[in-house]
Design a binder for this molecule. Structure first.
Ligand code: MN
Length: 734
């Protein structure tokens, strides 16, 4: 490992002057440097160097990233609260509240007092702090990352146990953050440093193998570079081309995760072409594919579909001379900049514009679509244990590798195997809870469909519905799992509570009816009889009464030590009779016919009458009366065996199946529009069937739905007829 480059204040100022020119800003940075030097005077690092060296290096790296003056100043000051006992208030007075806030946040991040509790939980709590700080202000994390980078560069002076602990934490937390923020260079350097400290044998083994093959590989790469250069020059395209070496840790990781031999990985030679415009990128790709054989399935267009960390590039793999395989990346200068410096490239300090931390933070959130999810996700659920939080984050944010889109083009990242339900919960908790259907790439799909990268996903929601327990069997994200579980738990508590109240009411009524007062319901009195009913507490007892596993009459007998008197029995009978006479008997089908038991009436399956249709009954042989729509062709010619039937009183709980046939001119998004109309009419869909007639360019869509009555069905039909390119809507009759 090479020693870190030693830089001084002059180097920092020279770097800063490259992009900062206002005298006040330059003075601020120099003031911070002197302030740090004064306060840290007499302090030394383990290397024996004065402490200020660390601060100068941090400020220097920050300046190379082109961060704003406050951030560079905070780089110098980042340890004064912790190591010099300067208070935040003092810092605010000596500088300004913004810098004080930055320094305090950096100090707090990842510095929990170790209390000897469970190591894992401690680590998790520590990491969570880092993420919470990051969600608030990305600058805090930039400083923290650079601080960690310099500490990693000088890790050789730490005792071995600390080396391992710090390296493990860096690999677990800081490298993934750097990756997510698109800080490719920092991420690679951190990973290689960690690799060196965590697995030195493997590090050296791979380093030596790379070195041994270097000459041969370099020759092959430069051969390819000259061939491509010649070709692009002939075609007058501006470009920069160079070979790139993979960092050691990425080679190691591929060997482990993809189970490949070293030579298989190293045989991949890598070339990058940087050009002017997006158009040029595709042109270059065209020339290369024309000249060399591309390996199928390896072309990745991250220009059309950027990665979550804003990364854009074209990737392809081609076969060169002697069957050598080359990975080629093609991108513009700007894309290259973002690939190397990510968020920092976007954040590059622009002089003359008034700096506004909150505005910048918002811009970052808009640019990095995952960041917003992440910030929301980090803010909610404070009660979640730190270990759970880390697990969720690991799974839902860091391991995300399916990228799908909303119809508006917002990219949502999900773990492998995630379903439309996971997607819905990522959009919003309420969207998740009320999801009833999913449309992926314009086709309705089951809710447990595994989404693929590039899918355009839309979910259908319906107010008043809730998640089903079955969802837990297939959702992949912890976020969705937790939301579903807490919804179901809440529902259960609510219904439990309702039942307990119902039990109280039943018992109270029973007591009143029998002439006893409610003092019998005091908990102390009830406690004495729990055991007689095999329960141990009040809630179970009342619940039992509500669900009728405990008979309230015998409870009253036990409570009052009285057998039921004759008059009570009479009263009871009367009450029951009164109840019966009042209870409406609603038939199952909603039909009635003079003198016929409603159980003998059934709805015909050919024409599916719904409540309100004009109907007629047909007396079958041995299967009662089948009720058809009056205009059903199956009963049209009949004179005999028909009987008059009527609809019974309306009942909002009854639903009727109905089948619609929709004839349309075929077009894109047709099915989506139709399904939208149906769900807007609050009508559940049981089945959808679509067939396309390629010759006539028409399609026929069959919808099986459920309605309460004829007006609802007629309304739906009227609305469907208004959908663009719908030609005809009719009810199906077989
Ligand atoms: Mn530090």
């Amino acid at each position: 490992m090479a020693d870190a480059k030693t830089v001084g204040l002059d180097d920092v100022m020279q770097e800063v002057r490259e992009y900062i020119h206002t005298p006040e800003s330059l003075a601020l940075i120099e003031k911070a440097a002197n302030y740090a030097a004064n306060h840290h005077a007499g302090q030394f690092r383990r290397s024996g160097e004065p402490y200020i060296i660390h601060l100068t290096n941090v400020a220097y790296i920050l300046a190379t990233m082109r961060v704003g003056p406050s951030t560079v100043a905070a780089g110098f000051l980042h340890d004064v609260i912790e190591d010099c006992g300067v208070s935040k208030e003092q810092l605010a007075k000596d500088f300004d509240p913004e810098i004080a806030e930055l320094v305090e946040s950096v100090t707090k991040v990842g510095k929990l007092p170790y209390k000897g509790k469970d190591e894992e939980e401690y680590q998790a709590a520590n990491h969570r702090k880092i993420f919470i700080a990051m969600a608030k202000d990305v600058r805090v994390i930039l400083i923290k990352l650079v601080d960690r980078l310099h500490n990693m560069r000088t890790l050789q002076y730490q005792p071995e146990a600390s080396q391992k602990r710090i390296a493990a934490e860096t690999l677990d937390v800081y490298a993934p953050i750097a990756h997510r923020l698109g800080l490719g260079e920092i991420k690679n350097e951190l990973e290689d440093l960690c690799f060196y400290y965590l697995n030195r044998d493997e590090y050296y083994r791979i380093a030596h193998l790379v070195e041994a093959k270097k000459a041969e590989r370099d020759a092959a790469v430069s051969q390819m570079i000259s061939e491509i250069s010649e070709m692009l020059t002939e075609n007058h395209i501006a470009f920069r081309i160079f070979g790139r070496s993979k960092h050691l840790y990425s080679i190691y990781k591929k060997m482990v995760t993809k189970n490949k031999r070293f030579d298989q990985i190293l045989d991949l030679l890598a070339i990058r072409i940087v050009t002017k415009t997006e158009q040029n990128c595709y042109e270059i790709l065209g020339f290369i594919h024309a000249a060399y054989r591309p390996i199928p399935g390896r072309l990745k267009d991250y220009i059309a579909m950027p990665k979550m960390n804003m990364y854009q590039s074209l990737h392809t793999t081609i076969i060169g001379e002697e069957g050598r395989i080359f990975e080629v990346q093609i991108r513009t200068e700007e894309m290259d900049d973002i690939a190397e410096r990510g968020v920092a490239a976007h954040w590059r300090y622009k002089e003359g514009t008034r700096y506004d931390a909150r505005k910048e933070q918002k811009e970052i959130e808009d640019k990095l679509s995952w960041f917003k999810d992440f910030a929301v996700f980090t803010g909610e659920n404070e009660n979640e244990s730190a270990a759970e939080y880390m697990e969720t984050l690991q799974k839902d944010v860091f391991e995300a590798n399916v990228y799908v889109m909303t119809p508006k083009g917002r990219v949502i990242d999900l773990p492998n195997g995630a379903t439309p339900i996971d997607f819905a919960y990522r959009i919003h908790t309420d969207v998740g809870h009320t999801t009833v259907g999913a449309i992926v790439n314009n086709a309705m799909v089951p809710l447990n469909t595994a989404l693929q990268t590039g899918d355009v996903v839309q979910v259908r929601t319906m107010k008043g519905t809730g998640p089903s327990e079955d969802w837990l069997k297939f959702v992949k994200t912890n976020q969705a799992k937790n939301k579903i579980r807490s919804y179901l738990a809440k529902k259960e508590t609510e219904s439990h509570q309702e039942k307990v109240e119902l039990g109280e009411k039943i018992l109270g009524d029973e007591l009143k009816k029998r002439g006893f007062d409610l003092s019998y319901m005091e908990k102390k009195k009830l406690e004495n009889i729990y055991s007689l009913f095999q329960v141990s507490n009040y809630i179970d007892f009342m619940y039992g009464i509500a669900v009728k596993s405990i008979n309230p009459t015998s409870v009253v007998e036990k409570l009052t030590n009285q057998k039921r008197s004759l008059s009570d029995a009479d009263a009871l009978t009367k009450l029951l009779n009164r109840d019966t006479s009042k209870r409406r008997i609603i038939s199952r089908t909603g039909l009635k016919a003079g003198g016929i038991d409603s159980m003998k009436l059934s709805l015909a399956q050919c024409c599916h009458p719904v409540y309100g249709d004009s109907i007629t009954g047909f007396i079958t042989k041995g299967e009662g009366v089948r009720v058809h729509r009056s205009d059903c062709p199956n009963v049209a010619g009949l004179k005999t065996r028909l009987i008059k039937v009527e609809w019974d009183e309306p009942d909002k709980d009854r639903i009727y199946d109905a089948n619609l046939i929709i004839l349309c001119r075929d077009r894109n998004f047709l099915l989506t529009d139709i399904v939208t109309v149906v769900s807007q009419c609050k009508t559940p869909i049981i089945q959808v069937n679509a067939t396309v007639n390629r010759e006539e360019l028409t399609s026929t869509i069959k919808l099986s739905i459920q309605v309460h009555d004829l007006p609802q069905l007629q309304n739906l039909i009227a609305n469907l007829q208004k959908v663009d390119s719908v030609l005809k809507v009719e009810r199906e009759v077989h």
